[in-house]
Design a protein around this ligand. Structure first.
Ligand code: DP6
Length: 421
């Protein structure tokens, strides 16, 4: 391949985020405008991240996409929205702001290759990291700068919050074109260094009802959701921002748990009801409340998204003690693998009084492993060219290069591409 036909290859990474004030319900399906604002914590990319490489070249005949090693359908509508929007912004920048910029690549086709460093099916909001990474990397490739959360939002609502590190709010906005429905950093990842996060992976099953279709049914049928969006969330957002800014763990933890519980209550109020929590999730909820009540202090909080895995927030000084309780009530089945992955957790002894006070029946194999992490930064550019996922020929390195069999596999399948991007 001649050198000038393989001009540009960019690789970036983007984080997962976990909402502590949940987004559930849209007022506009295509633009992805939510019925309430939401707030999340960005998780550290050392433990959980998506990596995406985008290459543009004169020699590419069509736009192509590979996700976690398999070629997928590039015509997914949300992916197309992001691509279209980035190309539009790139054209605008060249016309209005900087006519001197080279515009040749604008007509070139793109190859996109993306991988996650965590199991896609574990329900860890991979669509948020995936679309954030896609938009951030496309912006690098097409020379687009500035506010990009509004583009990421059009891939997946929660993805707009993954465009920033630390503590991030997504303002619902009020304009019908969605221009004011954007994410904003509330505090950076360095703001609360004692805050620690544990992802308790309860099951590797795929979620049964995807968030996109689940929230549609909730908007259509749940009065509780309407009440939540109009009368509960606005005050909660104010309180949550205050708790985060003041590093008030008790307030942060209680709001987080109440908001998760109300989100799952709206799922039950949906008709037909949606069940994301399972018996392991219920055991985690009981464990956290009994643990906190034993100490007479809110030391630990849980939150659950559209799946059974708990995400736990706690402070560094409590983590070893709490993990021992988790180990005791969920005896591990690790098959030789580690039970705790990620940031190391020092050993502590579990006191007999705590065991007695919690008093739950242990659930062997209820939790397959734990990912230990902390708040982290937003998307990053990977400068080292050896890290590109696409080779000089524009095809994925080390994966299935041409798999025509798989190319249309996930066509028209709600949630599938968005769950893996
Ligand atoms: C429960 O962002 O996945 O995780 O906008 O339809 O792609 P779409 O939905 P998505 O929904 C996330 C819902 C949630 C709560 C949250 O992250 O705020």
């Amino acid at each position: 391949m001649p050198e000038d036909s393989m001009e540009k290859t960019y690789t970036c990474t983007a984080p997962v985020n976990i909402a502590v004030i949940k987004y559930w319900g849209k007022r506009h399906e295509d633009l992805i405008l939510p019925i309430n604002s939401s707030l999340s914590v960005t998780l550290h990319q050392d433990q959980l991240k998506t990596t995406t490489t985008v290459a543009t070249s004169k020699s590419f005949e069509e736009d192509r996409l590979w996700l976690n090693g398999k070629e997928e359908d590039i015509n997914h509508p949300r992916l197309q929205s992001c691509l279209r929007e980035i190309r539009r912004l790139a054209r605008k920048r060249r016309n209005d702001d900087d006519p001197g910029l080279d515009s040749t690549c604008l007509s070139y086709k793109v190859h996109i290759c993306s991988i996650n460093n965590f199991p896609t099916a574990a329900g860890l909001a991979s669509s948020a990291a995936g679309f954030a990474c896609l938009v951030y990397t496309l912006a690098q490739a097409f020379g687009v700068e500035g506010e990009l959360s509004g583009v990421a939002r059009q891939g997946s609502g929660s993805a707009c919050r993954s465009m920033y590190g630390g503590f991030v709010q997504w303002l619902m906005g009020h304009q019908s074109d969605g221009k004011d429905s954007l994410a904003q950093q509330v505090e950076p990842e360095t703001h609360w260094p004692e805050l620690r996060i544990l992802v308790l992976v309860a099951s590797a099953e795929r979620k049964h009802v995807g968030s996109t279709s689940g929230m549609q049914t909730s908007v259509q049928t749940s009065h509780l959701l309407k009440h939540r969006a109009e009368s509960v969330v606005p005050d909660r957002m104010v309180e949550m921002i205050k708790a985060v800014r003041g590093k008030d763990f008790t307030a942060f933890a209680e709001l987080t748990m109440k908001d998760s519980n109300q989100f799952h209550a709206t799922c039950l109020d949906t008709y037909p009801p949606i069940f994301y929590l399972n018996s392991v999730s219920h055991q985690v909820i009981n464990l956290v409340h009994r643990y906190n009540s034993h100490y007479g202090l809110t030391r630990v909080a849980y939150t659950f998204d559209a799946g059974p895995n708990a995400v736990i927030f706690t402070l560094e000084q409590y983590i070893s003690d709490f993990i021992q309780a988790v180990r005791h009530f969920f005896p591990a089945l690790t098959n030789g693998g580690e039970f705790i992955k990620g940031l190391p957790v020092p050993h502590a002894d579990l006191s007999e009084e705590l065991k007695q006070a919690i008093g739950l029946e242990p659930m062997p194999k209820g939790i397959s492993y734990i990912i230990s992490t902390k708040p982290g930064p937003g998307p990053c550019v990977v400068k080292d060219p050896t890290q590109h996922l696409l080779g000089p020929d524009g095809l994925p390195k080390n994966t299935v290069k041409q798999d025509s069999h798989n190319r249309n596999r996930h066509k028209n399948c709600d949630g599938d591409i968005t769950a893996t991007l």
